[in-house]
Design a protein around this ligand. Structure first.
Ligand code: URA
Length: 190
């Protein structure tokens, strides 16, 4: 039977596929428009996200909203999901094994969404989605094409909160995303 968002969400919310299920408050499935052409992929929920069940609602999420606004986007025009759907304890990086168990949920989300553009937020997502040996410092803002989908990576908003010096490069990367959206005839806002 064809997959649906409802089936996928119900199954994902009940997942006990790895040990992260033990410590979670809630599964953070995803947020935004289920017909968006742009998919943003983060790493995994933090404390606020685990409490509220919505990706990027903590301080990094507020910065992400500001970054989207710079290029005329908001959560009604994109879909946001994470590589892992449950909070790693103490906000550690998700283990490779946890990512492998969890990635099929993101793959099914991607298959339903059929985005034209994927933006990875940070190193973990870029390595999981674009290529294993992705180097965020050298390759952020570059474009890759996989199965006809345009993909790029930005520094993670949490990294931008820690290091102001990365912000000018990220501004350029956002402008490059805006240009790509325009090139593809997608709503890129201002
Ligand atoms: N960082 C992420 O990578 N994802 C979230 O949902 C929140 C913070």
């Amino acid at each position: 039977m064809a997959d649906t968002w409802e089936t996928l969400e119900r199954e994902c919310m009940a997942c006990r596929g790895c040990a992260l299920a033990e410590g979670r408050h809630t599964v953070v499935f995803g947020d935004g428009a289920r017909d968006a052409e742009i998919l943003l992929i983060g790493e995994g929920p933090g404390q606020r996200e685990d409490e509220q069940g919505i990706p990027f609602v903590g301080p990094a999420g507020q910065l992400l909203d500001d970054m989207l606004e710079i290029i005329g986007l908001d959560r009604t025009k994109v879909y946001i999901a994470n590589v892992v759907k449950c909070r790693p304890p103490g906000n550690r990086d998700p283990l490779n094994t946890e990512q492998e168990v969890c990635l099929p949920w993101l793959r099914r989300q991607t298959a339903l969404l059929r985005p034209r553009v994927i933006v990875c937020l940070g190193r973990i997502a870029a390595k999981a989605i674009i290529k294993e040996d992705f180097r965020i410092t050298a390759e952020h803002g570059q474009w890759f094409v996989r199965n006809g989908v345009q993909m790029t990576a930005l520094y993670h908003p949490a990294a931008l909160l820690r290091d102001d010096a990365k912000r000018p490069e990220t501004f350029d990367d956002l402008k490059s995303i805006q240009a790509k959206l325009r090139e593809l005839g997608l709503p890129a806002g201002r």
